[in-house]
Design a protein around this ligand. Structure first.
Ligand SMILES: Cc1cc2nc3c(=O)[nH]c(=O)nc-3n(C[C@H](O)[C@H](O)[C@H](O)COP(=O)(O)O)c2cc1C
Ligand code: SF4
Ligand code: SF4
Length: 279
């Protein structure tokens, strides 16, 4: 492998952390790394131009958080627009908040395979639940931690080894369909359902129109008019709510209620292991 391409979206930072661990690991092996953060308005066409020239032993790493059991819309939209490859390996990776990692890896792997990418590995990594920043004991607290990072580096080692073979063996997509059948079928049935946005209200007395909420939105769904209004691209990452210095934005489904729902679902699924690499 001479070139590695890492594309990810990470509203709250955990997926970005994993992306950087992958990048450092590859750079230590003198592999050129091209990184694209989909939430940061970076140059997509330049990235795709470089990817077009990828060789069969190069690798595209794609990272997404798990939202409502699936990969997030920005990552799936990127994959939808990804040109087919004549030969390149791929590694999807996800971070999840300890509730259920759902079918995100399978979803991403399926599109990548359909576009001709050969599955060289995958990872699911536990991250702190990004809707629980106000909680004393958020689910996944402290993750990804150094043990998670170690597993991610092991994955990179194995993928790099694999690409050294003249005819590298690849993983079947079925390894990414690891949920119990009833859970997986249930989630797959929801795939075509539109995202129901949680409405948000703005306290006009508190809002100073500073614009922070618009700056931190990964999908440019906030405009100031003169206080923030949210458009249909919102996928409820809650960055605007978390980062507002005046605590002027509130979801109509309160954070307490969300926390209670999350804790109940954690008990229902009890998914293990929290972090896993697929090689
Ligand atoms: C809207 C939303 C939905 C989420 N849904 C799930 C879920 O279904 N299962 C889960 O385990 N974690 C869920 N999470 C938690 C995130 O997957 C987890 O915190 C992830 O590491 C966030 O990645 P980031 O820090 O890169 O944004 C959700 C978070 C948000 C904001
Ligand atoms: S970050 Fe808060 S205070 Fe600033 S514009 Fe947005 S809602 Fe208003
Ligand atoms: S409007 Fe707020 S909650 Fe919606 S995507 Fe943007 S930052 Fe996230």
């Amino acid at each position: 492998m001479k070139n590695a391409f890492i594309v990810f979206c990470s509203p709250a930072g955990s997926t970005g952390h994993v992306a950087r661990v992958i990048a450092h690991s590859l750079e230590e092996k003198s592999i050129a790394v091209h990184l694209l953060d989909l939430g940061a308005g970076e140059n997509l066409s330049r990235f795709l131009g470089l990817l077009k020239a990828a060789e069969a032993d190069d690798c595209l790493f794609v990272g997404s958080p798990v939202y409502r059991d699936m990969a997030i819309s920005t990552v799936m939209a990127f994959l939808g627009g990804l040109p087919a490859t004549k030969g390149c390996m791929t590694v999807p990776f996800i971070t999840w908040g300890g509730v259920n990692s759902g079918i995100a890896l399978w979803q991403m792997g399926q599109v990548l395979q359909n576009k001709g990418y050969a599955l060289a590995g995958a990872a699911k990594v536990l991250g702190v639940h990004s809707l629980m920043w106000q909680s004393d004991r958020p689910v996944g607290q402290g993750h990804p931690d150094t043990a998670d990072d170690r597993q991610v580096r092991m994955l990179v080692d194995k993928v790099v080894e694999r690409t050294k073979n003249m005819k590298p063996d690849t993983l079947p997509l079925t390894v990414l369909d690891y949920q119990l059948e009833e859970i997986s079928t249930d989630i797959k049935n929801k795939l075509d359902q539109p995202w129901t946005i949680i409405p948000k209200t703005v306290d006009e007395e508190k809002c100073t129109k500073c614009g922070t909420c618009a700056e931190v939105c990964p999908v440019e769904a906030v405009s100031l008019d003169p206080v923030p209004v949210f458009d249909e691209n919102c996928f409820d990452c809650f960055n605007c709510i978390r980062e507002c210095p005046e605590e002027a934005i509130a979801p109509t489904l309160t954070l307490d209620k969300i926390e209670a729902m999350i804790r109940k679902r954690v008990e229902t699924f009890n998914e293990r292991p929290p972090t896993q690499i697929f090689t």
